[in-house]
Ligand binder design. Structure first.
Ligand code: SDX
Length: 426
């Protein structure tokens, strides 16, 4: 055994191996702990617990580093398409031209959604949240695409279907919620432009593709594409470990992402800024409430379990806000409020001492507003971006020869053995 950790408990002593990641991360492998000592570890929220080894994404929370398959996210945001980034995450390498061409053809060929699915959308209550609709509709894809012959074929075609159809399904839920005619994907439009056209094209006002808007969406989706073992990705891996199909695992990830502490924060940030703008409370009051431990109010878009410095994605998103709004000649008062709130918070010891900096959600909503995305679809936009990462992580666990069902233990704190008393004796 190389380096080890020795644990002694009562009359038992055990040496546990220390393992090292390729970027120097260190872990103690406790696989044998319970069998040889009878004790388990307890780590609510898994803040100190690694669920797997992975070669997909590397984050350094202290240095604000984020890399997909070793490539810094800043370089991908500058030079890659979202399709290339999705291919990189899922297959481990960027595609060559021939691979990218084939990937594009497959995404185009699978971009339609079964016509029968439209009736599902029609029957959701009109005010249904698009994340609940998306989670249900992704699960429903299974009913239209039965199991194929080989697992390999099944996974590859399912991956392509999901990437191709999620845009169409998201735009469809928006159009139907507006009572408008569904717009179909076009073979002549690339991934991001196709989505924008499906969202905003209409017979009375044909959508004009603006390359600056397409570029902003490309960067937005690249920045959201993966983030190692976050809540929703862990949900995808955990549900997938029961050997359920990929659609159901992704549907679980969409549900987890919906939470306001996770992907739902991008919608919550805009609602917070709107409350400030409408006089619901001032920036000073927001900062004061956020610092009050007896107040459940949180500064949405601030803080992160891993980043203890500025989220590198937030830096890019903030610059994107200035650039896109200038190009589109938009003056968004919420951007000014966001910058003022950031300045106020980062000059306050509470936020600095708690390492609370803007995260990916703090400025992303301003970009989505400039693109014209309705607020209740902000987290759907996050889900479309995160889909390649969920798929890559699901595949990595499915390809692991030691893949076993995830089943954490617990420490029981309930009552001792108690006999049942029938109701006439109680
Ligand atoms: C995403 O994990 C990922 O990678 C997620 C994500 C991804 O790409 O998948 O990056 C996407 O989900 C980003 C996070 C979006 N959520 C928000 O912006 C919601 C607001 N943020 C917080 O709720 C919080 O910061 C979390 C949920 C992001 C992180 O929560 P933790 O790690 O469990 O931290 P915590 O709640 O235990 O807080 C630690 C301390 C507490 O103070 P003390 O009790 O120690 O005195 O920091 C305080 C908290 O009160 N704190 C905040 C705060 N976030 C933490 N105080 C005020 N405002 C905040 N936003």
């Amino acid at each position: 055994m190389g380096e080890k950790v020795t644990i002694t408990y009562q009359d038992k002593t055990i040496d546990l191996p220390v393992i090292f990641g390729s970027e120097g991360e260190v872990a103690v492998d406790i696989t044998r702990l319970r069998a040889e000592t009878g004790i388990i570890t307890l780590d609510p929220g898994y803040a100190n617990t690694g669920s797997c080894t992975s070669s997909i994404t590397f984050m350094d929370g202290e240095k604000g580093i984020l890399r997909y398959r070793g490539i810094p996210v800043e370089e991908l945001a500058k030079h890659a398409t979202f399709k290339e980034t999705a291919y990189l995450l899922i297959n481990g390498e960027p595609p060559c031209q021939a691979e990218l061409n084939r990937f594009s053809i497959l995404l185009n060929d699978h971009s339609l959604v079964h016509e029968d699915m439209q009736s599902f959308y029609q029957n959701f209550p009109r005010q249904s949240h698009p994340m609940g609709i998306l989670s249900g509709m992704v699960n429903a894809l299974r009913f239209f695409y039965p199991e194929l012959q080989t697992l390999e074929e099944e996974i590859n075609i399912t991956v392509t279907r999901l990437l191709a159809k999620i845009r169409t399904m998201a735009a469809m839920s928006y159009k139907i919620s507006q009572g408008h005619k569904v717009v179909y994907p076009r073979p002549d439009l690339a991934y991001c432009a196709n989505f924008l056209n499906m969202m905003f094209d209409s017979p009375v006002r044909p959508y004009v593709i603006d390359e600056d808007v397409v570029n902003a969406l490309r960067v937005f989706w690249i920045l959201h594409a993966d983030h190692e073992q976050n809540c929703s990705t862990s949900a995808v891996r955990l549900v997938g470990s029961a050997r359920v199909n990929l659609y159901a695992s992704i549907s679980a990830g969409i549900s987890a992402l919906w939470g306001p502490l996770h992907g739902g924060a991008n919608q919550a940030v805009i609602e917070m800024l709107r409350s400030i703008e409408s006089g619901g409370y001032t920036i000073d009051q927001a900062v004061r409430r956020a610092k009050d431990r007896n107040d459940s109010f949180r500064l949405m878009g601030f803080g992160h379990r891993v980043y203890k410095t500025y989220d590198p994605r937030a830096k890019i998103m903030k610059k994107m806000c200035d650039k896109l709004l200038a190009k589109l000649n938009i003056k968004d008062p919420l951007l000014d409020l966001a910058k003022e709130l950031e300045e106020k918070a980062l000059s306050d010891d509470y936020f600095v001492d708690h390492h609370l900096y803007p995260n990916v959600d703090f400025y992303s909503g301003i970009v989505l507003r400039a693109i014209g995305i309705p607020t209740n679809m902000f987290t759907v936009m996050f889900a479309i971006g995160r889909l390649p990462g969920w798929i890559a992580q699901w595949k990595e666990s499915a390809d692991d020869p030691n893949w076993r069902i995830a089943r954490p233990r617990q420490i029981y704190t309930g009552p001792p053995k108690t006999n049942f008393v029938s109701i006439d004796q109680r």
